[in-house]
Each structure stands twice: as C-alpha cells, then as structure tokens.
Design a protein around this ligand. Sequence first.
Ligand SMILES: [Zn+2]
Length: 231
Amino acid sequence: MLVSILDDLLNLVYPRTCAACGITLLRHEEVICSHCVMHLPKTFYHKDPKNPLFELFWGKIPVETVASFYFFNKGNKVQNMVHQLKYKDRPDIGVYLGKRYGAYLRNDELFSRIDCIIPVPLHDKKLFIRGYNQAEMFAQGLSFAMKIPYDATSFIRSEATETQTRKTKQERWENVKDKFKVIDESAIRNKHILLVDDVLTTGATLEACAHTLLALPGVKISIATIAAAHH
Ligand SMILES: [Zn+2]
C-alpha cells in the first residue's frame, strides 16, 4: 500500500507514460516509448537542404537551412507530445527531443557550422503562467547534443501577441512583425544562428524573428523545430 502510494506520488512529479502514445514506459525508456522513438513520423529534412520547409521561406527571408524533427498533423501522437510540452508542465519533453534531434543535426554539414542556438522568445506573461519557454527547453537539449551554446536572453519579445490560432496568414504576419527585439547586439552580430521553435505551421513567427535578427550585420539564420505541418 505504502509502496503504491509512493509510486503514485513519483508518477505525479514525473509521469512514467509515453508522452506521445500514453503507454506505460519500461524502466529503461525515457519520455517516449521505444515504439514511438522508431515510428513517429520523422521528416529527415536535415538531409535535404531544399526541402519544402526551406521553400516556405524562399522569397521572404534568406535562410541557410530549415529542418524539423517530426511531421505534425491534427490528432497525431506528435501533436499530443507537443501539447504536453506546452500545456501540461512537461519541460523535460522539450529537452529530451532537443537531445534526440541534436544527435542527428550534429553530424550534418550545414548544422555543424552554427555558432549559437536561439529560441523563439515567449512573452513574459506567458512565461510567468507556463513557468518555462518550451522553445528554450528544445534549445537546451539541442545545445547539449550539438555542443553549441544557446542564448535565451539576448533576443526577446517586446509585446504580447494575441493568440495565432484563428488568424489568416496575413493577419498572423501583421500580428507578429516588429514584436521582437535584440537587446545584446554583440551576442548576435556576425553569427550563424539556429533559431528554434516547437512547431512550424505558417512560419510567420519564425519569419518575424529572422527578419529582426537579420537586420544586424553578418547574421545568418538557420531554423529547426520539433514539428512541422506538411507543406
Ligand atoms: Zn509511445
């Protein structure tokens, strides 16, 4: 009885179920189960520099390369995982996925030339409510695996943006442009930056961030996200 109560308490702190499919994890498994590690839909876009996500930014902002770990569709296991990362107090999911994806990216010619990893900043109010920035958690994991520093303080969001969910592409862009600012130029100037976020849908937020960062001399931008919608 006491043991099972202790187990329950531990599971409250750190759930021992797969963040993607919900199955109970085996002792050696961490965050997601072995089946999901194998079978969640990976994009492998880092192997294809001219992939559809790269094309999404073409003609809008100059980016070196764009990649995403998984495909994201409504109702799939990747969506469930990202939802828990954002809304269920599971920062560990972001760090874990960053480490996993970083293990792929560190062997890639383009991604190995990155100088600094920067997460898309969260507004202070959201950060206060959530307790962490999910993109920063992903950046931490990537940084650990790729042995490249991350910087979550030199680039910030300057104003609250309304929720993006029910807006058109144009409205989203109007909503986010000029909403970001660099507060330490020396940390950004002349660097190849890997800009990271949880999900890439229209790309409007990442485009707005890149637009602000590219205003400084010598900056190059690459992009990596946990998940991306099919394009
Ligand atoms: Zn699973």
